[in-house]
Design a protein. Structure first.
Length: 321
């Protein structure tokens, strides 16, 4: 069935990766039929969520092989599906596994693969940002279908369409033994005390202006006082080893689009702005009055972050009683 497909990573309980929900929202606005593809444990459980966000059909397999072996089985199954149904476009999230599958699928189909797209204007046209997000470029997608497009996180707002569960079409593909190579031995989840950064309504990010790693505790305290807030960081402090890479925001890190973004001791390099400039409100705290971040801030505070942040935290706690 021609149309727009979304490759959707799922967890064993059927939860759909947020980027796939964003892509489903975009797909249903293109005037084509919409389908999702989910492979691995929990895939069939995703029918309700996929349908609610616009998928009419869910091609699904709960086979453990897609979880145990990295990318190759999924790319093989997806290739079989696109040969059979001939979709116009397949959208992928900018996750490690989805990018791996997309690249392998491109090698099998010989079709166009575009990465880091920020919009899809139609089956053959997309947009991306260059020069650190300062320029928007229209891109033509030539060649045979399906066009393969990897979208940048938060390019689209995930919004449910209100439909019922997607119709589940079982995926019955035999995976050859030669594709069972890179084996995932174990999974580890990093413990988190607050919301995921990509989903938090408030994100507080720290940079070099915090002076040392120990001072990130000031941001943790502010996040706790605010509630529903996550703590992130600039690349400079990640490279310095102050905080883990999982906290990095920017061109080579995560993209966030919260209701409120608080930049603490961050100068505002263009590579960082790419990851947060779509925040609805931006507050910047920096002792350098000429820091570039102030050009994007709705509210700028010039001063020592090590003094200002504790005062803000205390004021919030006092107001909350």
């Amino acid at each position: 069935m021609p149309g727009v497909w979304v490759y959707a990573e799922v967890s064993p309980d059927g939860a759909v990766e947020p980027g796939a929900l964003e892509n489903l929202t975009k797909a249903r606005g293109l005037g084509s039929s919409v389908a999702a593809v989910a492979l691995g444990p929990g895939a069939t459980k995703a029918a309700e969520t996929a349908g609610r966000f616009g998928a009419e059909t869910l091609y699904a397999s709960d086979d453990q092989v897609f979880a145990d072996y990295i990318a190759q089985p999924a790319a093989h199954a997806l290739h079989q599906l696109v040969q059979q149904h001939q979709p116009e476009v397949v959208l992928f999230s900018l996750t490690y596994d989805s990018r791996d599958v997309a690249g392998r699928l491109q090698a099998k189909t010989g079709s166009t693969l575009m990465a880091n797209a920020t919009d899809l204007l139609g089956p053959d046209y997309a947009q991306t940002q260059i020069f650190g997000g300062s320029q928007i470029v229209d891109v033509t997608l030539p060649g045979p279908n399906p066009k393969l497009v990897i979208t940048r996180p938060k390019s689209f707002q995930a919004e449910p369409a209100g439909g019922g569960p997607a119709k589940v079409e079982p995926v019955q593909v035999e995976i050859p033994d030669e594709l069972k190579k890179a084996h995932r031995l174990e999974r580890q989840e990093q413990a988190a005390s607050g919301p995921k950064m990509e989903e938090a309504k408030v994100v507080i990010a720290g940079g070099r202006g915090l002076q040392q790693a120990e001072n990130f505790k000031l941001l943790d305290e502010l996040a706790a006082a605010l509630g529903n807030a996550a703590v992130g960081a600039s690349r400079a402090v990640v490279d310095a080893g102050w905080v883990p890479y999982a906290m990095q925001i920017g061109q080579t890190g995560k993209t966030v689009s919260p209701e409120l973004y608080i930049a603490v001791g961050i100068s505002g390099a263009i590579q960082h702005l790419v990851g947060m400039k779509t925040a609805k409100r931006i507050i910047a705290i920096n002792k350098d009055k000429d820091a570039p971040i102030f050009q994007y801030a709705d509210l700028g505070i010039v001063g020592d972050a090590l003094k200002i942040v504790p005062e803000i935290t205390a004021a919030i706690r006092a107001k909350k009683g």
